[in-house]
Design a protein around this ligand. Structure first.
Ligand code: ATP
Ligand code: MG
Length: 138
């Protein structure tokens, strides 16, 4: 099996009606969707996902943003999935994101930045199992 990565279409992008365009962008970039659902996280769920950022000054705002509406977690598969997907979505701050990246096209700000992408193979596996059971990832 090739590598997997975990993405989330974040509440800003879902609310702005960009989900379909972003899914098209991901498929056109060569990723295969292995699992997908729409959920509305509560504070405990969003805080657990971003546990590594708990001590960062933006943690409370980040949890408030991630619980502000529904989001779409997906498990994606591709060779070199983690690095290729981070290139596909662009820099965390859309002002610094390269032309043609998901964040350049669809993100509003460094916080409301449209999409998440795992930053390592180990975190991709942890994050995939945070949202999906083994049976849901085919
Ligand atoms: P993600 O993990 O969502 O793919 P990332 O790996 O590019 O993004 P991280 O450093 O992991 O960035 O930060 C996680 C998320 O926290 C960012 O996507 C963004 O929504 C938010 N964030 C990061 N830095 C800031 C900041 N300085 N101010 C506000 N929000 C921030
Ligand atoms: Mg990150």
């Amino acid at each position: 099996m090739s590598n997997i990565t975990l993405t989330i279409i974040k509440p800003d992008a879902v609310g702005n009606g960009f989900s379909g365009k972003i899914i098209d962008h991901i498929l056109a970039a060569g990723f295969k969707i292995k699992a997908m659902k729409m959920i509305h996280m509560n504070e405990r769920e969003a805080g657990g996902f971003y546990d590594v950022h708990r001590e960062r000054p933006f943690f409370n705002d980040l949890v408030a943003f991630m619980t502000s509406g529904p989001c779409i977690p997906m498990v994606l598969e591709k060779d070199n999935a983690v690095a290729d997907f981070r290139a596909t979505i662009g820099a965390t701050n859309p002002k610094e994101a390269a032309e043609g990246t998901v964040r350049k096209l669809y993100a509003q700000s460094i916080e409301a930045n449209a999409i998440h992408g795992s930053d390592s193979d180990e975190n991709a596996r942890r994050e995939a199992s945070y949202f999906f059971s083994e049976l849901e990832i085919f």
